[in-house]
Design a protein. Structure first.
Length: 169
């Protein structure tokens, strides 16, 4: 299976926040943001795997700033690392100033997806080749996050989590 560069998995969407998307304080519902992020992350994962991908976990979501009614919001999702059949996908959420067009990052989320066949069985995914400094940093951190998740789930012994050990040595 041929490796793919990280740019091959990039997925971007821009939308406007309407009244039906907001809560009583006129900010985007958190669940609405999660759903939108999940969809765009799934597209990034499917582009990388060339296969159906399903959400396995929402690893982290940072609600850094309220996204107000009428805002233009852009979500950029990209696979940060692939493993045997799973992929970590990071989404950055931006608000765009209507007058200047300047985008400001306001939220971030990290999801895990697994590529599956038509019967729902996991299948191998291509290796990911990070290109930029940020992509290389996210690639390295993805392994640390994965090992932490496996240790917490009891699927890996702490002594075997070499990437986690390196943080404390």
């Amino acid at each position: 299976m041929k490796a793919k560069t990280s740019s091959a998995s990039l997925a971007i969407t821009t939308d406007i926040i309407l009244p039906s998307d907001t809560n009583a304080l006129h900010g985007l519902f958190g669940g609405e943001l999660l759903a939108r992020v999940d969809r765009i992350c799934c597209i990034a994962a499917q582009r990388h795997a060339n296969a159906i991908c399903v959400t396995v976990s929402v690893n982290n979501v940072s609600f850094g700033k309220v996204i107000p009614l009428g805002s233009m919001m852009t979500i950029k999702a990209q696979v940060s690392r692939s493993f045997s059949s799973s992929m970590e996908v990071i989404a950055d959420v931006y608000l765009e100033d209507r007058d200047s067009g300047i985008q400001t990052k306001v939220n971030e989320a990290i999801y895990t997806f697994v590529a599956v066949d038509n019967n729902g069985k996991p299948i191998p995914v291509p290796e990911l080749i990070p290109e930029t400094d940020l992509e290389k940093q996210r690639y390295q951190n993805a392994l640390q996050r994965r090992q932490l998740s496996l240790v917490v789930a009891g699927k890996m012994k702490p002594k075997d989590a070499t990437e986690l050990k390196s943080l404390f040595e």
